[in-house]
Design a binder for this molecule. Sequence first.
Ligand code: HEM
Length: 458
Amino acid sequence: MRNDRVPSLVSFTDRFGDIARFSFVFGDIVIVASPELVHDVLVTHAGSFQKSPILRSALFPLAGEGLFTSEGELWKRQRRLMAPLFRQQGIAAFGADMTGCAERAVGTWRDGGVVDMARETTRITMAVAGKTLFDTDTFDDADELGEALTTALEWAGVESASASLIAQARASIGLELLADRLPDALAGAARRAANGLIKPIMWPTRRNRELKQAIALLDERVERMISERRSSATGRRDLLSLLLSAQDDDGQKMNDRQVRDEVLTLFVAGHETTASSLAWALMLLAEHPATYADVRAEVDALGRVPTAEDLPRLELCSRVFKESLRIYSPVFMFGRVAVEAVSIGPYEAPKGTVVLVSPLALHRRRETWPDPERFDPGRFTPEQEAKRHKSAFIPFSAGPRTCIGNHFALMEGPLVLATLLYHADVELAPGARVEPEAYATLRPKGLMMRVKLRAPAS
Ligand code: HEM
């Protein structure tokens, strides 16, 4: 599992069935991989679980108590405040930013040249994040804000697999369990100590110093953008401005610290996930010429760069994007911890059980997805989708903590795909050896693609 996560998860249900318990140095972990059991964890008994303390710790320096990492009343309030910003109607306004950023990337491609497509899609989604969150234009990986975010994200990716952070998370769970057996006076202290362990211990290493510098820069830049928007009506419609004006029923707004945590959370949660899925989609298309030709026909029939209103006419692009999310789920695994005894199907999980849900394992389950290795966008026609269990396809998770950006991603994916293919044809470069790389997300490593330009980018 540690050294070969992708093959282990891909063959998970063949080898272990729908649920399995593994013993690790720091304790047992349960992995679930059937739609019914996953539904129990994420939907039916969602209230009996919290997010895994490992990821919460790893993301703490960057995302603080943003939507991804917070729990309880704070999470509930933030979700209520932010949900309206991510409804389908609201995000349609960002369509032009998405296609514009894709066009800018194509504008740097040379006819016949070879590009690292995972890097290109990251540049695009980073630019989309910069534009939609902060209305910042010069947002590519040369920009210091982008660099600082990448540093912090890489730190979190490495840290979430580190023994010290896993031990710290286990200690936090252990203290919670201990608190149940202590008299009230001591239980409170144990719970506070457990909560305190969410902040990672920062030994003075080079990596940690680099992280601190990156966070200082992010704080300074975000603070400046917030005060600029607070001090004058900028008339901007970026997500940062929308977050600043979002109001709860009682008229309360977020304070600057909370806005900072949310804006960085959105950046982190949104850009690498979408970049990875776009890169996989382009690879799968290059490997399947018949589907590629059908997608080409769909894009050509539009005859121009698409807009958000064109999405219904980009049906195949949408299905290709979803099938890529199935085969190579960018969030290949995420964790929960039981905050009380709970049943998962016929199994009883005691309080403190760590449960991992793996979209990658679930999406390769033969019983749900016949011939699961086969790329087949036809699995996502409305008729096929209606036939499946609600929790059979969970690239964005399910239940109350489902991805708040799912409509955003399902718009950005097909729009960027169609824009790139409107301007260029792509194929795998001779000798390209693509391998899945599982860090923070599941990314294609070595995706070198040859580009043939068609219509010039504006
Ligand atoms: C293909 C792209 C994406 C994928 C595969 C994806 C996947 C996920 C998954 C699996 C979760 C749940 C994680 C867990 O429960 O531990 C999640 C949560 C979240 N995602 Fe996404 N995501 C994508 C794009 C986005 C975008 C574009 C945004 C924002 C613009 C975003 C913002 C968030 C936030 C804020 C959460 C936390 C929600 C909460 O706990 O209430 N994601 N995402």
